[in-house]
Ligand binder design. Structure first.
Ligand SMILES: [Zn+2]
Length: 140
């Protein structure tokens, strides 16, 4: 239970600081990409940067042949498939699904980085009714 004297703005700031600390703990090759992603001003830009970040994380993976396929653990969180006896994720498809959230367990590191990104889009004036940020609308 949260202390009753902590307000929502303070909690929001603590969550933001924790998410930024998560980025600082990421492998160096993706830190700058993640830092630039949290400055997104539109959903389109966020989506484009997410794709770039997935590619960058895949490049950090260390796949190894296991039987008939290559498998790799997530370079961000260290997780692998939850299937019994499976080592890592099928590479690159399974690891990509883990990063993009198209599997049962999204990468918790990637998820927090992208929550920061979506927060930035909202703060830039995203209008959920139009489906585009006000900045994007203003430039068209
Ligand atoms: Zn992960």
């Amino acid at each position: 239970m949260a202390r009753p004297w902590i307000g929502i703005p303070e909690l929001e700031e603590q969550v933001r600081a924790a998410r930024i600390a998560v980025i600082a703990a990421c492998p160096e090759p993706v830190q700058d990409l993640f830092r630039s992603a949290i400055l997104c001003e539109s959903i389109e830009e966020a989506t484009r940067r997410e794709t770039m970040a997935v590619d960058a994380v895949l490049a950090l993976a260390d796949p190894s042949d296991v039987g008939k396929e290559e498998r790799a653990y997530c370079p961000l969180c260290g997780n692998g498939s939850s299937a019994p006896y499976a080592r890592g994720f099928a590479f690159p498809e399974g690891l990509t699904r883990h990063l993009e959230g198209r599997s049962a367990r999204r990468c918790p590191v990637f998820q927090e980085v992208w929550r920061l990104c979506i927060d930035a889009v909202w703060e830039s004036g995203f209008d959920p009714m139009s489906g585009a940020s006000s900045l994007t609308s203003a430039s068209t």
